[in-house]
Design a protein around this ligand. Structure first.
Ligand code: HAM
Length: 466
């Protein structure tokens, strides 16, 4: 084998030091900067490494199971859409549209955006595929990446993943309760204790009156508002209520509450949703300041906050709202707004990265999925060739088999088998090959037996009770 000279490059790699950014960085976001020329992952984006995958696998599995349990079908939607879809659906004066979209002109000159959320897409897909002809409500769920040019910090990324579920085509309040129930159960079954915040922001009719009252109140406090809220006063008055600035939060305490201005229909709807939640014994907090950051909502809005967060009330509340695990609500006019027929709908999305952070914080463990039963070790060229075939036979029989065919020494291979925690290692060398046998090593006690090569699969089936 040719000798590999130690190059300068190799030395450089050895010297590499972790680059720790000033902000608090999660361990998996720390990167090693090899040289100024080495490409780095973009700020707010991250690689999901093999060591993290057990969380992702378990959460995706749980998401799929819960969606199936409640009769939701999977839909996969594109990552890129016409920018105008989100402008029209999410609302031009929201933070998402004003500051957070990854938008650009494609080569054909069309304005396109990476999706910041998927509810707008659900509405588009519902219209595009004539889903109004299906039995209603159409229940759809999605799992995938969203993109927002947000200021990255713990629990806030520029690419993040959501599990979302939407019931489209029915106005009944039982669906609002079912969506909240699903959100609650999903997180509960993952071992997370949550706190549901709920409000109703009514319909266009009740909001019209309410907005006048709200603006009148805030005008009297204008001098004390933060610069953003001064703008909100004319652009998006509802968002005055969920400003995170301490001064504005204090002002919002005495602001008129929308529930007092709901029309008869919206009030009845809200009461029914709460009655269903009571019947299901789902705990919730009525939160008059909850308005959500997307313009398409009507009637019910809700968020799920982690239950165990400390700090003073003001600090704690702010932190919780910033790190909401999920949120959703009703959007009865969105589909009509996008050119479809009147089609009421309700849904929610949950942030997977935020759940994983919380799961780790709580010390909840998920089992490593990939456990191997058997390791195939080999000694010598002829044995290596035979082992390749044996490995395939075992794999096809349904055994979980590991190997390290690129290694030659038995010691090395046994060390790997040990690390993988396999039950048995099969050892095939020149001698065994010549005799038509194979060694079966019980990794727990280290006892080795010689087995007839043609009987090894039968023997393993017996021992592993397959
Ligand atoms: P949203 O509140 O914007 O709602 O996002 C839902 C969840 O996505 C948040 O609660 C959070 O867990 C996660 N999330 C949002 N932004 C980030 C970020 N920058 N980094 C990490 N996680 C994030 C929606 O997206 C609506 N489409 C929900 C909905 C569905 N409404 C009706 N149906």
């Amino acid at each position: 084998m040719p000798k590999v000279k130690k190059s300068k490059k190799v030395k450089k790699i050895k010297k590499a030091k972790p680059v720790i950014k000033k902000e608090k960085v999660e361990p998996e976001l720390k990167t090693f900067k090899v040289s100024a020329k080495t490409p780095q992952v973009l700020r707010g984006f991250k690689d999901i490494l093999p060591s993290e995958q057990r969380y992702w696998d378990s959460i995706r599995e749980k998401a799929k199971q819960i969606a199936r349990d409640y009769g939701f079908e999977r839909i996969d939607l594109p990552l890129l859409e016409e920018t105008s879809l989100f402008n029209r659906a999410v609302g031009k004066e929201t933070d998402i549209i004003e500051k957070e979209m990854f938008s650009f002109e494609d080569r054909g000159g069309e304005r396109v955006s990476l999706r910041p959320e998927a509810t707008a897409q659900i509405a588009r897909a519902y219209i595009n595929h004539g889903m109004l002809n299906l039995p209603q409500p159409v229940k759809l769920y999605y799992l995938g990446s969203m993109f927002r040019y947000d200021r990255p910090q713990s629990g806030r990324y520029r690419q993040f993943n959501q599990f979302g579920f939407e019931a489209v085509g029915d106005i009944h309040p039982v669906l609002d309760a079912q969506i909240i129930l699903m959100t609650y159960n999903f997180l509960q079954e993952l071992g997370l204790k949550t706190n549901i915040q709920i409000n109703s922001i009514g319909c266009a009719l009740c909001r019209k009156e309410y907005k006048i009252q709200l603006i009148n109140y805030y005008k009297t406090q204008r001098a004390d508002l933060c610069p953003d809220c001064k703008l909100r006063l004319t652009k998006n008055p509802l968002r005055l209520l969920d400003c995170k600035e301490e001064k504005c939060q204090a002002i919002s305490e005495d602001a008129p509450q929308i529930v007092d201005w709901l029309c008869e229909e919206c009030k009845n709807h809200f009461v029914k949703v709460l009655e269903f939640l009571d019947a299901l014994e789902i705990p919730y907090n009525l939160n008059p300041h909850l308005v959500r950051g997307l313009d398409y909502y009507t009637k019910t809005v809700f968020e799920v906050w982690p239950a165990s967060q400390g700090g003073s009330l003001a600090e704690g509340e702010e932190k919780k709202a910033q790190n909401a695990l999920g949120g959703g609500g009703r959007y009865d006019t969105l589909i009509e707004q996008l050119g479809g027929r009147f089609t009421p709908a309700v849904g929610a999305s949950i942030g997977i990265e935020r759940i994983i952070l919380k799961i780790k914080e709580e010390g909840i463990e998920f089992e490593e999925k990939e456990k191997f039963d058997i390791f195939v070790a080999q000694l010598g060229e002829a044995a290596k060739r035979e082992s390749l075939g044996l490995y395939e036979k075992l794999r096809k029989e349904g055994f979980k088999v590991a190997e390290s065919f690129a290694k030659d020494g038995l010691k090395n291979q046994l060390e790997i088998a040990n690390k993988l925690n396999v039950k048995y290692t099969l050892i095939l060398g020149q001698k065994e090959l010549a005799e038509g046998t194979i060694l079966l090593r019980d990794m727990e006690g280290g006892v080795q037996e010689t087995i007839n090569y043609s009987k090894i699969i039968k023997e393993l089936k017996k021992r592993l009770e397959k």
